[in-house]
Design a protein around this ligand. Structure first.
Ligand SMILES: [Zn+2]
Length: 332
């Protein structure tokens, strides 16, 4: 399976925050041949361990996605919803969505609302029914819909496009790193974390359980390459592994940043320094756990994050994998 095929498999699995059973099963199957001991904790984190006598390293990529949770049914069968994670209502207009049971629909706005005045409260999911009763046979309050945009390889073969590259691209980078990591004395933990989109919740409990010496999060970061960009981030898609210096959740430990930079130079891995003014990662939760953990991050610059059609460079995913594998086998 090449990197794109793995992205397609992992991105298209259902797994909004708090409902990660299906995506976890998909990842577990891919982890199986790699020779790690796996456990699942109470929050659903998939923790993969390769024991060693050396330094304890924790890596984390979040496997949960955004979602729309059904709250109310209109007489005409339209489903009102709340958001799981940070979703801009404009990103939702005309999006295709699907529930865990396969029921699909599209998101639209109330008839009396101007496009510029759209809020989540003015949106509904149209399931293609005509009455409340029909809708309630298909979906219940508390059911969660996800974007239903398939992963495609863009013409030219460089970029993958579709939903939930945040952070399934990180999950794939981590899977590739787990496969590539050389013999090492380091005690390695690779976590596929849950509920990141709701506030880094899975990584927090996983860090307490693992008690690592160092932690590296693998996630997407802002790609600063749209015309007239306000420059809220420093990286562009295709830049290689984005080595995190700071986001809204963390200012990375200098020892981790320096180690990642020197490994990238030593192994000839393309990289760029990543500073973003918005967004957070599991590194933020890990750093503030226990009595503090030196934490950092390796990211892929992603276009249109949290939209139904995100874009990530496939070579960036592979560069992140190489850098994580190098960190996993490094001497400390
Ligand atoms: Zn993310």
């Amino acid at each position: 399976m090449n990197t794109f095929e793995m992205l397609k498999k992992v991105c298209e699995s259902y797994g909004p925050a708090g409902r990660e059973a299906e995506i976890r099963k998909t990842i577990e199957k891919l982890v199986k041949p790699l020779g790690y001991k796996t456990t699942t904790d109470a929050l659903g984190n998939l923790i993969c361990h390769k024991a060693g006598k050396g330094v304890k390293l924790m890596f984390a990529a979040h496997m949960d996605s955004l979602g729309l949770i059904a709250t109310y049914f209109e007489e005409g069968g339209q489903v009102r919803f709340g958001c799981i994670g940070g979703i801009n209502p404009f990103r939702l207009l005309a999006a295709s969505v699907r529930f865990a049971n396969g029921v699909c629909g599209t998101v639209e706005k109330d008839g009396d609302v101007d496009f510029k005045d759209v809020t989540i409260e003015k949106l509904y999911i149209d399931l293609g029914v005509q009455t409340k009763e029909e809708a309630m046979k298909l979906v219940s309050v508390g059911d969660v819909a996800v974007y239903d945009s398939p992963i495609r390889l863009c013409e030219g073969g460089k970029f993958a496009m579709g939903a939930y590259l945040d952070d399934r691209a990180g999950c794939v980078a981590q899977l590739l790193a787990m496969e590539q990591v050389k013999e090492t004395e380091n005690d390695l933990y690779f976590v596929f974390s849950t509920q990141e989109e709701l506030g880094l919740r899975g990584a927090k409990v996983a860090t307490f359980a693992i008690d690592p010496d160092y932690m590296v999060a693998c996630d997407v970061t802002h790609s600063d390459d749209s015309p007239k960009a306000p420059h809220v981030g420093s990286c562009k898609a295709g830049c290689g592994a984005a080595i995190k210096v700071m986001d809204r959740s963390v200012i990375c430990h200098p020892e981790v940043v320096d180690k990642l930079v020197s490994l990238a130079k030593e192994k000839n891995i393309r990289y760029a320094m990543d500073v973003i003014k918005a967004g957070g990662t599991d590194a933020g939760a890990a750093q503030l756990s226990l009595d503090g953990v030196p934490a950092g991050g390796v990211s892929m610059a992603c276009r249109y994050t949290h939209s139904p059609n995100e874009m990530v460079s496939i070579s960036d995913v592979e560069d992140c994998a190489k850098l994580m594998a190098a960190f996993a086998a490094a001497e400390f």
